[in-house]
Write a protein that binds this ligand. Structure first.
Ligand code: SAH
Length: 269
């Protein structure tokens, strides 16, 4: 696992700047650099060497009229990175990433095949949990972006390899612990996963519609997989301010359905 920096913020690190209205900016600290926003200018040199959670006052851009707004500086969490990093494909949202790690029982040293890789949000969560990840991704531009996003978040030594290939055509790896799928037709991977997973291994698929989910479940029912389960994650945040304590008015009501199944015996066994 790659160690995360601790202690005072150093040059070269990415930090999250949060203003009073909870607007968030991901910024890489460069000596002599400055962060410019509508709320004023913050010098990176003031942030470098400061502690996480410290507050900094921006200087107003025109030079006059007193101080600008205040910003908190913190190291970004995985959720911050996933929501802020460059993405081409739709990323898996943090609420689902957490559920996936437990539903697929991703453990330190687990050998995981992930397809498709997209922008690498799920890859980052898997690697953060200590898995060794091989990714299959159809599109060369997405594969490149995922590698860059992962290297940026976890360093170049993360146990991560992305191949540009179609997982519907087969899986070369054997002895896998987990196969995680975020692509349109995961039923086309069930036969390949039977060959590639160890007995007891887990297949997990993330799908936006229940029609796709039903098709996957039918295919799983005709396979060596068992103990299939399908669920979704509804996360409702709350507003707590003085005597106003209630659910927030808005929520992300739908992202995807998660399906898991375990390989009960190898093909023909
Ligand atoms: N889970 C990713 C997002 C994946 S988006 C994240 O969290 O960032 C779905 C990806 O699957 C797309 O990048 C698409 O190019 C890829 N894909 C679709 N079909 C595929 C296939 N047959 N083999 C490999 N990748 C595929």
């Amino acid at each position: 696992m790659t160690a995360r920096p601790r202690g005072p913020l150093a040059e070269g690190e990415r930090v999250l700047l949060v203003d009073r209205k909870d607007r968030r900016y991901l910024v890489r600290l460069v000596a002599g650099g400055s962060f410019q926003s509508h709320a004023g200018v913050l010098e990176h040199d003031e942030l470098i060497g400061s502690e996480e959670g410290s507050e900094h006052v921006a200087r107003q851009r025109d030079g006059g009229g007193g101080p600008g707004r205040r910003f908190l500086v913190l190291r970004p969490t995985l959720s911050d990175l996933v929501l802020k990093m460059p993405r081409g494909a739709q990323v898996i949202y943090p609420k689902d990433l957490g559920a996936i790690l437990v539903a697929a029982d991703v453990f330190g040293g687990a050998r995981v095949l992930e397809a498709g890789v997209g922008s690498g949000a799920l890859s980052m969560a898997l690697l953060g949990a200590g898995a060794e990840v091989v990714g299959y991704e159809l599109r060369e531009d997405f594969a490149r972006r995922a590698r860059a996003n992962v290297a940026e978040a976890l360093g170049p030594a993360a146990p991560y390899r992305v191949e540009e290939r179609d997982v519907y055509e087969g899986i070369s790896e054997v002895g896998l612990d987990r196969v995680l799928l975020d692509l349109p037709e995961p039923w086309r991977v069930v036969g390949h996963a039977e060959e590639a997973l160890l007995p007891g291994g887990i297949l997990l698929a993330y799908l936006p519609t229940i029609n796709q989910t039903a098709e996957l479940r039918e295919r799983l029912a005709r396979s060596c997989f068992g103990l299939a389960e399908t669920f979704e994650v509804l996360r409702r945040t709350w507003h707590l301010e003085g005597r106003s304590v209630r659910p927030d008015h808005r929520m992300v009501a739908h992202t995807g359905f998660l399906t898991t199944a375990r390989l009960l015996s190898t093909k023909g066994g």
